[in-house]
Design a protein around this ligand. Structure first.
Ligand SMILES: C[S@@+](CC[C@H](N)C(=O)[O-])C[C@H]1O[C@@H](n2cnc3c(N)ncnc32)[C@H](O)[C@@H]1O
Length: 239
């Protein structure tokens, strides 16, 4: 089975791009990914998003919104695995030219509707975030919020790409769950290797010129997908 975003015709605002990444082990045929083991994960997300509600809500992630003062007034922003684009749309409302990447066409249909409702334009690319090219020195801001689906090897590829595509001086904002989240059971992966630690972030983002990391417990109310007490870790970095 192929991801539906690659099977259906693409509208102008829905560019399906899968650019071969030489470092990626994802198979590519005629520019289209053979999803292999990722197929069931793709079907799972398509299913989760096939409901009228915005499963993570329509408002931005609380950590992201709290960093509003750090955002440039204009420039390009990349939202990685942005789903229904609550974060991408909010970044566009802050004056940024947003590219929102995710592999779920169902999520991106809702992202398009949310952007229209808020009166902003965003570029949606229906792609595998592990196979995206992350063009060098392109974005002023890169945001990654709750994207703990990657294996350790995929995560390295993705985070290296996020650093590469950030312009020198650009801002990187990331939030994820820590291993303590297993106690709360209010979202996130079950696999220990996918939950973040301070050490993991320090190694993964060592190439940034500076960063700060905070770990804390918080009450989340971000749609049905993130509701209740959660153990999170945030990174605010500059390239
Ligand atoms: C927990 S959701 C977070 C969505 C969004 N960042 C937010 O905070 O609302 C994880 C997202 O990752 C996407 N995803 C999972 N694996 C992916 C992959 N390999 N490539 C692109 N997107 C992927 C899913 O479709 C989903 O939208």
């Amino acid at each position: 089975m192929w991801p539906s975003c690659f099977l259906s015709g693409q509208s102008a605002s829905k560019t399906a791009k899968l650019s071969p990444n030489e470092n990626s082990n994802v198979g590519l045929v005629a520019g289209v990914s053979i999803w292999g083991d990722d197929m069931s994960e793709h079907a799972r997300w398509q299913g989760r998003y096939a409901v009228p509600d915005y499963i993570f809500g329509e408002e931005p992630n609380a950590f992201l919104a709290a960093q509003k003062h750090l955002l440039p007034k204009s420039g390009k922003a990349l939202a990685v695995a942005d789903g229904e684009a609550r974060n991408g749309v909010w970044l566009a409302q802050q004056g940024l030219d947003v590219t929102s990447i995710d592999f779920s066409s169902n999520a991106q249909d809702k992202a398009r509707a949310l952007a229209k409702k808020r009166g902003v334009n965003i570029t949606l690319e229906c792609v595998d975030v592990h196979a995206w090219p992350y063009p060098e020195n392109t974005f002023d801001v890169v945001v990654e919020v709750f994207t703990q689906f990657s294996t350790p090897a995929e995560r390295e590829l993705k985070w290296d790409g996020m650093i590469r595509t950030l312009k020198p001086g650009g801002l990187l904002l990331l939030e994820g769950y820590t291993q303590k989240q297993l106690e709360y059971k209010t979202g996130g992966p079950k696999e220990l290797e996918r939950l973040y630690t301070r050490d993991m972030l320090e190694k993964g983002f060592a190439k940034l010129s500076r960063f700060e990391i905070k770990e804390y417990d918080t009450h989340m109310s971000e749609g049905a997908g993130h509701a209740g007490m959660a153990a999170v870790i945030d990174l605010i970095g500059t390239k």
